[in-house]
Ligand binder design. Structure first.
Ligand SMILES: Cc1cc2nc3c(=O)[nH]c(=O)nc-3n(C[C@H](O)[C@H](O)[C@H](O)COP(=O)(O)OP(=O)(O)OC[C@H]3O[C@@H](n4cnc5c(N)ncnc54)[C@H](O)[C@@H]3O)c2cc1C
Length: 429
């Protein structure tokens, strides 16, 4: 049977508020804040602006929450991609430290929402295992774990290959490290919880209403949508990997990349527990990233990665993802795949997220595939900036948001880059 082309998390899902009559009322003619994109970023920002009494309207082109925020793997980790050393070379030690701290605050923010504010997102603070693809990678990972920058230490455990099977039933890795502060969430539940928070603070959220054009006017922006025109004092672009032609400046700065996932058929809690005894989410040190975890009910393995050189129908990518999965767990040869899906993450040329304002337009985007903790956090921060709160300031404010010559939003170089990185992975470099 062909796998369903939808995220496992959307099985049987209805739109939030679907039990209520469909929204047929005309859009408001004027609002203080209009947010384009109803994912983790847009909803988190809307919660902040609405909480200060600003009339806030969130519009999404798709059904509400059908972007990455309902398609991800639910892995929560420290999520600033460049190392402290790289950032220090680029921006100096002080700013590097503050940027890395933002990554830690993002993780702490989601943990606080889940534990102190009881956000219903299936928070599982079990940690994450990062497998070493080669012996050399393991040596480097262990060395880095023991020489973490002062003040930025994470709780990291080193797992030699001889002890690896307590984590994962494979000899594919050469050992690895455990990030004890990592966690997993259920993506759709996090989305629904952030949606409910935004609504509770007074925001209005409407799906199937694309924003087609933005024009500067005296009062702010005239926002042309699929359902009429709204004048907004402030506009936030929270479109991340789905950023289209609405703002060519932003489009030139984010690189949309498809991330593909599959879910196995139910294997049984016992069998999944044998494959991943620690229950942690897993990633590894290859350049072409793979990530996987037990499903929240413990019945399946959910496995993701970059499945093809160019973007394709997720169902076409099943054999490649399945091959990657069975390379790690040979016993899963023959296990059926029931779901296969894709979503567009946004990379940036400096692999940092970016937020702020450009030409009067606010934005927060470019989480480089790590938006589960980053999007709720930077969404909150940009919302605070929009209403002038000092706590909205971040270490990333004012950082140049780089583009490249000849790049206009279609990553023509992607196939060649993925091919090159795959070759390096195959050679263990
Ligand atoms: C398969 C996959 C696995 C992932 N796994 C992880 C993971 O394990 N851990 C992790 O940290 N991150 C992961 N991510 C990334 C993470 O999901 C994203 O970074 C995060 O959800 C981004 O949230 P967002 O709100 O910024 O964007 P999105 O949730 O993508 O929302 C953007 C929205 O903007 C809307 N939009 C675009 N243009 C318009 C327009 N003109 N008008 C109206 N609406 C518009 C889109 O319809 C979309 O709903 C994964 C992503 C994918 C695809």
């Amino acid at each position: 049977m062909s796998p369903a082309p939808t995220p496992l998390w959307l099985d049987g899902a209805t739109e939030p508020g679907a039990a209520e009559p469909p929204v047929t009322a005309a859009l408001p003619r004027q609002v203080d804040v209009l947010v384009v994109g109803a994912g983790y970023t847009g909803l988190s920002a809307a919660r902040e602006t609405a909480a200060t009494g600003r009339t806030t309207l969130v519009l999404d082109a798709s059904g509400v929450g059908r972007g990455c925020s309902s398609r991800n793997g639910g892995q929560v980790a420290y999520s600033i991609k460049p190392s402290y050393q790289d950032l220090a070379a680029r921006h100096g030690a002080n700013l590097a430290f503050r940027i890395c701290s933002e990554g830690q605050q993002a993780l702490a923010h989601l943990r606080r929402l889940a534990t102190d504010e009881h956000l219903d997102c299936d928070w599982r603070p079990r940690g994450g295992f990062h497998g070493a693809h080669t012996r050399r990678h393991f040596v480097a990972m262990a060395r880095d774990a023991e020489a973490q920058p002062r003040g930025l230490e994470q709780r990291i455990g080193i797992v030699p290959r001889s002890e690896q099977r307590a984590e994962i039933a494979t000899d594919f890795y050469h050992g690895g490290v455990i990030y004890h502060d990592d966690a997993s969430i259920e993506p759709r539940r996090l989305f629904l919880a952030l949606h409910a928070r935004a609504i509770a603070s007074g925001a209005q959220v409407i799906g199937n209403c694309a924003v087609n054009a933005l024009q500067r006017v005296r009062e702010g922006f005239e926002v042309r949508t699929a359902r009429g025109t709204v004048v907004a004092r402030q506009v936030l672009l929270a479109t991340n990997g789905y950023s289209g032609s609405l703002s060519p400046w932003h489009r030139r700065r984010v690189i949309p990349i498809g991330s593909y996932q599959i879910a196995t058929e139910p294997l049984g809690v016992g069998r999944v527990g044998e494959l991943i005894p620690s229950g942690r989410h897993i990633s590894d040190s290859r350049r072409v990233v793979v990530y996987y975890r037990p499903s929240p009910d413990g019945e399946r393995i959910v496995f993701g990665g970059r499945a093809s050189l160019n973007e394709r129908d997720p169902r076409v990518c099943v054999p490649r993802l399945q091959a990657m999965l069975t390379q790690i767990f040979p016993s899963l040869r023959g296990a059926a795949i029931t779901h296969a899906w894709v979503g567009w993450v946004a990379y940036t040329f400096d692999t940092l997220p970016h937020l702020g304002g450009h030409d009067g337009l606010y934005f927060s985007m470019g989480y480089c595939g790590q938006g589960v903790p980053l999007a709720p956090y930077f969404g909150m921060r940009i919302g605070q900036q929009m209403v002038g709160l000092t706590e909205g300031r971040t270490a990333l404010d004012g950082l140049e948001f780089p583009s490249r010559p000849y790049y206009h939003g279609v990553p023509w170089f992607l196939g060649a880059s993925v091919f090159y990185y795959r070759c390096l992975d195959a050679l263990g470099l």
